[in-house]
Design a protein around this ligand. Structure first.
Ligand code: HPA
Ligand SMILES: [Zn+2]
Length: 335
C-alpha cells in the first residue's frame, strides 16, 4: 500500500509554508542571519515539539519563523519543502503564508512574496509541480490590520490564488473579517478559512455565510451540527483535513478516534493534507499512511481522496486534466 500511496499523484491543499521549516534549516538560517536560537541543537528543537493545543503550537511556530529575514530565506524554505513533497508523490501544492507574522518583525511583504514566488516558479520548472499561493490573515489580530495587508498586497492581487484565515481560532469568529473577505470577493480573489478545528461548528457556518468561502480548512467539528453537515454535503464544500495535525494538537486523542470515517460516511468532499509538516510528524504521504494504519481503507478510498484534491485545487483546467489522467493511469496499471 505504501508504494501505491506514494505513486498516487497527490495535491497538498492545506500547508502553512512557515510550518514546513525543518529544524535543520532553522539552524542554517539562524546562522546565516546571525540570530541566536533558544535551543542548543536540532534534536532539542524537535524535543520541544510537544503540544497541548493549538496555541501552544502557535507560540513555537511564530518563534521558529523568526529566522526568515530575506527573500533568499523564503526561497530556501519553500524549495526545501517542494523537494520533500515531490519525493512523496505530491504533484500540486497550495502554500499559504502569514504576511502579518513577518510584517510584525519588520520583514516587508515584497521580500516574502519575491522569495516564495521565485521558488514556486523554479518548482514548476525543475520539479514538475504546479503551485498556488494563499495569503492568510491572522484571526487573532485586528480586522483593520488584515484589510491593510490586503490593500498593500495590490501589486500581487493577480498572483494570489486565494485569501485564507488562520491562527488562534477560539474567540476569533469568522464574522470579524466580513469586510476584509467582502473586499477580496470584490477583487475576484477566492476565499477559504480555517474553521471547526478548535472552534465550534457555528464558526464553520459563519465562514460560509459571512465570508462566502469556497473551502473550509479542517472543519472536523462540523459533525456537531447535523444540519451543517447536510449543507456542506449538498453544496459540496471541500474540507481540507489534516489528521496528523489534529492528533498532535489534541483536537482528537488518537488517530483511531479521528472523525474522518464518519465524515466520509456523511458523503463530504474530503482531502488529506499536512498543515505544518515540520511540526506534526510528516507530509501528505505520512498523512495518507497514518489513515491507512488507523482505518485500513481500501485503495479506492484513497484514490477518491486524492481525486477530490485534484478536483478542487486552484489550478488550470489543463493541469487538472493532466493530473487526473495521471491518477487514472496509476490506478489502471496497478497490479
Ligand atoms: O493548524 C493551524 N491552525 C490555525 N492556524 C495555523 N497556523 C499554522 N498552522 C495552523
Ligand atoms: Zn492550518
Amino acid at each position: 500500500m505504501q508504494e501505491f500511496l506514494t505513486r498516487l499523484p497527490k495535491a497538498e491543499l492545506h500547508l502553512h509554508i512557515e510550518g514546513s521549516l525543518e529544524p535543520e534549516l532553522m539552524f542554517a538560517l539562524a546562522k546565516r542571519n546571525g540570530i541566536e536560537l533558544p535551543y542548543p541543537s536540532v534534536d532539542a528543537v524537535r524535543a520541544a515539539y510537544e503540544f497541548d493545543n493549538l496555541q501552544s503550537f502557535l507560540d513555537l511556530y511564530y518563534q521558529g519563523m523568526g529566522v526568515l529575514c530575506t527573500a533568499e530565506d523564503f526561497y530556501d524554505l519553500a524549495m526545501d519543502y517542494f523537494h520533500r513533497a515531490q519525493g512523496e508523490g505530491v504533484r500540486h501544492v497550495e502554500l499559504s503564508f502569514d504576511p502579518q507574522a513577518h510584517l510584525q518583525r519588520g520583514v516587508e511583504l515584497s521580500i516574502q512574496v519575491d522569495g516564495l514566488m521565485r521558488a514556486m516558479r523554479d518548482a514548476e520548472r525543475e520539479l514538475g509541480l504546479s503551485t498556488a499561493l494563499i495569503l492568510s490573515f491572522l484571526r487573532d489580530c485586528p480586522a483593520d490590520e488584515a484589510m491593510d495587508v490586503l490593500e498593500s498586497a495590490s501589486p500581487y492581487w493577480q498572483m494570489i490564488d486565494a485569501v485564507g484565515l488562520d491562527s488562534a481560532e477560539s474567540g476569533n469568529p469568522p464574522g470579524k473579517f466580513k469586510a476584509v473577505f467582502e473586499r477580496a470577493k470584490e477583487l475576484g480573489i477566492p476565499r477559504i478559512a480555517h474553521a471547526g478545528e478548535e472552534g465550534p461548528a457555528s464558526y464553520v457556518r459563519e465562514a460560509l455565510d459571512a465570508l462566502d468561502v469556497c473551502r473550509i480548512d479542517h472543519g472536523v467539528r462540523c459533525l456537531e451540527d447535523a444540519e451543517l453537515v447536510e449543507i456542506l454535503r449538498e453544496r459540496r464544500i471541500p474540507l481540507t483535513v489534516c489528521p496528523l495535525s489534529n492528533v498532535r494538537l489534541k483536537v482528537v486523542e488518537d488517530m483511531r478516534d479521528h472523525p474522518l470515517p464518519t465524515l466520509l460516511n456523511a458523503g463530504l468532499v474530503l482531502t488529506l493534507n499536512s498543515d505544518d509538516p515540520a511540526y506534526f510528524g510528516g507530509g501528505v504521504l505520512d498523512n495518507y499512511l497514518a489513515c491507512h494504519q488507523a482505518f485500513e481503507w481500501s485503495r479506492e478510498t484513497f484514490v477518491q481522496l486524492a481525486r477530490n484534491a485534484l478536483n478542487v485545487g486552484f489550478m488550470s483546467e489543463s493541469r487538472r486534466n493532466e493530473l487526473l489522467a495521471e491518477l487514472d493511469d496509476v490506478v489502471a496499471n496497478w497490479t
